[in-house]
Every structure is written in C-alpha cells, then in structure tokens.
Ligand binder design. Structure first.
Ligand SMILES: [Cu+2]
Length: 144
C-alpha cells in the first residue's frame, strides 16, 4: 500500500516537472522605415524566435496604424527585377528552435493603407497572430 502511494507520488512529480510542450514565441528588434502617410504602404521587419518544442505559424497581423497588414515575401523576376507578393497560404511557419528573420529583401509584414505618418523615432504598436500562441503584441521602432 505504501509502495503504491510512493509510486503515484513519483509519477506525479515527473509529470509536473516536465517542460510544457508547445511553441514559445519571442519577437525581437521590430522596426520599420520612416515614410509619410501619403506613401500608402510600408514594411515591418523583425526576428521571430520559437524557443518551444513545437512549431507555430504566424497567420496574421494588425495595427491601428494600418488599414490591413499582410504577410509578404520579396522575390526576383526572371528578368532580374524585384517584386513582392503575399506569402503562400498567408502563413509563415516558425519551427521549434528556429529564428525566422523578416528582413529587407525577404519576408516582411506589409502595412497596407497607412493611417498615420511613420516618423523617425516613433513607435508603432503591432499585434501578431499565431496559430497556437495566439496574439503577441509588440512595438516597432521607426527609423530613417
Ligand atoms: Cu510587401
């Protein structure tokens, strides 16, 4: 009887000391380039790190400073010109242990129809939406 109790206790301790499964999302160094409201679109860049044990997916973003925010990627046409487009499925996968960089010439968040000037030194509030982690708020610094 005493042995069974001890075993139960050990199992309970083992389960509760396990690392929680699932993704763990952290966003770092979010920024955008300074531009006036009349330049209707602007991009945001950042590092998205997943320190968890499971993949998560960025599935959207929003900001009070933009009418809509789209997930974009840059690409090169066969003629050598640069273009950009929405990412396939409007999803950016963030694998466990990985850091995905949203950068100039690569993946980025596109602010469509700016609702304010992006002045150097300003901070723009953004909310990223992840499939598993839910909403992650962050602040992007506007630079020259
Ligand atoms: Cu874009």
């Amino acid at each position: 009887m005493k042995k069974i109790f001890l075993l139960t206790l050990l199992v309970t301790l083992a389960v509760s000391s396990c690392k929680p499964a699932g993704p763990k999302i952290m966003v770092d160094t979010a920024w955008g380039r300074q531009s006036p409201k009349t330049a209707t679109a602007g991009a945001f860049y950042m590092f998205i790190r997943n320190a968890g044990l499971e993949e998560d997916k960025l599935i959207g973003a929003k900001s009070a400073a933009c009418k809509t925010v789209e997930l974009h990627e840059s690409y090169q046409t066969p003629e050598g010109a640069m273009g950009m487009r929405r990412v396939t499925g409007d999803v950016i996968a963030i694998p466990p242990g990985a850091t995905v960089e949203l950068k100039v010439g690569g993946l980025h968040l596109m602010c469509i129809d700016k609702l304010q000037d992006f002045n150097s030194g300003a901070q723009i509030e953004l909310t990223l939406r992840f499939e598993k982690s839910g909403d992650v708020p962050l602040t992007a610094d506007i630079r020259e």
